[in-house]
Ligand binder design. Structure first.
Ligand code: A2P
Length: 347
């Protein structure tokens, strides 16, 4: 029988943790033992995986000892990864970390498997592979085929995001639903907000994560820095990240500026995008066909549409990218990393 891998999921009761189990099931990942971990609050709860029930255990420093875990997915926030990832590594697991904590560390690979699978090799340095920010993943999946098509001659990308509340986990989704219920009960003005800085129902919030000294937010700077680490590029990126009252799946408007000597050919761009793995072009404006969150949700595909050349400059292309942030932007990317890691281990 071929080898099976023992898998721990830290944050097993969260939005991304639950989705990791779903993606593992669907992808027929060769799992052996399953260890769901969360905070003391959830210890004793059960999760169902492939028709079997598994008890959620509390994450502690010693929980990995003697469990023979091969792969530990971490999705319980940066401070949890900062404290506990090392114990999983010490116990012999590779950590695939969904938080921003390790992403920019030089000896830790930051991987989107369709783009830089070769970087996974670097996992041996630290035992950790970082999963990029959700908005970054779907953006680089749309950028990479165009970057390759024009020989790396992308100079600048300006991006505005329209990010779903699922990015703030289950509490973000619950807060939007509760506020909508309060709106229909005529008591929205009494509704509380904890997951977001402001009311999110019937609103948009132009701030995701903490302010930075340069006037950008931490989420925006993740998109700037992570893009170039994943693509091994030197592209000027400017991001405006906005939370919108959508339950799930992020949208992004991208303006891509190529070098001055490039005259963008929209048809060639469309072809390059449609041939790229896990990317689908959905672009028939006359028929009102373009990607939207309700199209992307529950899929593993990054959808691209509204592809058009700038009205004033030959070297500028505009497009619209939508993907399910919980899957493409987190769980699916993490499981794809694990699949590639297994291939390396088997060599
Ligand atoms: P719990 O359900 O016990 O709070 P989401 O991103 O949907 O908010 O989910 C966060 C996940 O991270 C949950 O599974 C949550 O578990 C888990 N978590 C949060 N804080 C800790 C912690 N200190 N130790 C372990 N797991 C944690």
């Amino acid at each position: 029988m071929s080898r099976r891998y023992n898998v721990a999921v830290v944050g097993a009761t969260g939005a991304v943790g639950e989705e990791i189990f779903r993606v593992l099931e669907e992808s027929e990942f060769p799992t052996g033992e399953i260890l769901p971990l969360a905070s003391a609050r959830s210890a004793g709860a059960t999760i169902e995986y492939r028709g079997r029930e598994f008890r959620v255990e509390e994450l502690t420093q010693s929980v990995f000892e003697g469990r023979d875990i091969d792969i530990a997915f971490f999705s319980a926030g940066g401070s949890v990864s900062a404290h506990y990832a090392k114990y999983a590594v010490e116990a012999g697991a590779v950590v695939i970390d969904n938080t921003s904590h390790f992403r920019m560390e030089p000896d830790i690979p930051l991987v989107v498997p369709e783009i830089n699978p070769q970087d996974i090799e670097l996992w041996r340095e630290s035992g950790i592979i970082a999963n990029p920010n959700c908005s970054t993943i779907q953006m680089v999946l749309a950028l990479k085929p165009l970057y390759d098509l024009y020989g790396g001659k992308i100079r600048r990308v300006d991006v505005s995001t329209y990010q779903a509340v699922s990015g703030a986990g289950k509490s973000g989704m619950e807060e939007l639903v509760k506020q909508m219920q309060d709106f229909f009960a005529f008591r929205l003005d009494e509704s509380e907000h904890r997951a977001f800085m402001h009311q999110i129902a019937l609103n948009v919030i132009p701030q995701i994560d903490k302010p930075q000294p340069n006037g950008y937010t931490k989420e925006e700077m993740k998109m700037v820095n992570e893009t170039n680490k994943i693509m091994h590029s030197d592209i000027a990126v400017s991001a405006t990240c906005v939370r919108v009252p959508v339950l799930r799946s992020h949208s992004e408007a991208l303006t891509i500026t190529f070098d001055d000597d490039i005259s963008v050919d929209v048809e060639k761009c469309r072809l390059a995008l449609s041939e790229f793995p896990d990317v689908e072009v959905m672009d028939e404006l006359e028929k009102a066909i373009y990607p939207m969150p309700i199209v992307a949700t529950d899929t593993d595909t990054t959808f691209v549409g509204r592809i058009r050349k700038d009205i004033f400059a030959d070297n500028i292309l505009h497009l619209w990218v939508v993907a399910d942030q919980v899957r493409v932007g987190a769980a699916t990317n993490a499981v794809r990393i694990a699949q590639r890691w297994i291939e390396l281990e088997d060599l």
